[in-house]
Design a protein around this ligand. Structure first.
Ligand SMILES: [Zn+2]
Length: 120
């Protein structure tokens, strides 16, 4: 039995004929079908079902927490970036932001230009 999750890609040259290939979301129904084949005892089937359901719930929960942390980190870094710009500090290199005048009007540019090309 080959189980994959998320966007995994199976990299084999020949088709797999001797094993079941399944996404983790379809694993429990597949295991249940194996029980129908009577290859597994009811006791072993229940043990597997319990372990898999715990694993799947934990996986979904971990993914949710990871996603929430990712969004929180992005929001935090955006706020930090805005704060740096408001205080005339380059968020990229820590240099000073100075007001420059270009073709399109005034803008804030990094004092470390041309090493740092940050503009706001
Ligand atoms: Zn800079």
């Amino acid at each position: 039995m080959v189980v994959f999750c998320h966007n995994a890609t199976l990299k084999v040259k020949q088709p797999i004929r001797d094993a079941d290939v399944v996404h983790i979301g379809n694993l429990l129904p597949l295991v249940a079908s194996k029980q129908a084949d009577e290859r597994l005892t009811k006791f072993r089937m229940e043990k597997i079902r319990l372990l898999l359901s715990k694993l799947y719930i934990q996986d979904r929960h971990a993914r949710k927490i990871q996603s929430q942390n990712h969004i929180r980190n992005i929001k935090s870094s955006m706020e930090e970036r805005k704060l740096h710009i408001a205080n005339n500090i380059c968020p990229r290199c820590g240099g000073h932001l100075i007001t420059r005048i270009g073709k399109g009007g005034s803008f804030k540019g990094c004092s470390n230009y041309p090493k740092c090309r940050f503009i706001a």
